[in-house]
Ligand binder design. Structure first.
Ligand code: ZN
Ligand code: ZN
Length: 147
């Protein structure tokens, strides 16, 4: 069975710089959720529940973590690659990814699939080693300021 819930964006796709759909910042290429652009500050506000929630129609695809059907597409530009990575995630795992609070099992699922594409988790901002230790334990979940 071909697992394509996490994949490189198709060759030849054009990804113009699109301003953040929430604040209009257009200084860089931002992550996209269901085709809309979000800068890191606006993702943080979403993760903290301080921004208007995402209301998007789900696609009939399977979550890259739990295989649940009904997903939103998350696209991100890895650090050293010009070709973005797309992943299909259910609402729960999209929230956990954005909030940097994936559990070790979920983190491992994504790490393994990225590895199959020749990518390391540290090349993806939201999976960076500052946010997870080697066992996939969340180190800095959004909103968790009580150290
Ligand atoms: Zn923004
Ligand atoms: Zn899921």
């Amino acid at each position: 069975m071909i697992m394509d819930s996490l994949r490189l964006a198709p060759v030849g796709s054009v990804f113009p710089k699109i301003a953040c759909s929430r604040c209009g910042d257009d200084s860089r290429r931002w992550d996209r959720i269901a085709g809309k652009s979000y800068c890191p500050s606006c993702i943080e506000l979403l993760a903290l529940g301080e921004a208007a929630p995402l209301i998007e129609k789900t696609e009939r695809r399977r979550c890259a973590v739990c295989h649940h059907q009904g997903t939103l597409r998350y696209l991100t530009f890895p650090l050293h690659s010009r070709r973005p990575v797309e992943m299909d995630l259910c609402a729960e795992h999209l929230r956990a990814l954005l909030g940097r609070r994936l559990g070790p099992h979920a983190y491992e699922q994504l790490r393994r699939q990225l590895h199959a594409l020749g990518l390391e988790t540290r090349e993806l901002f939201l999976l960076h080693e500052a946010f997870y230790d080697a066992q996939g334990r969340a180190l800095q979940p959004a909103g968790d300021w009580d150290y």
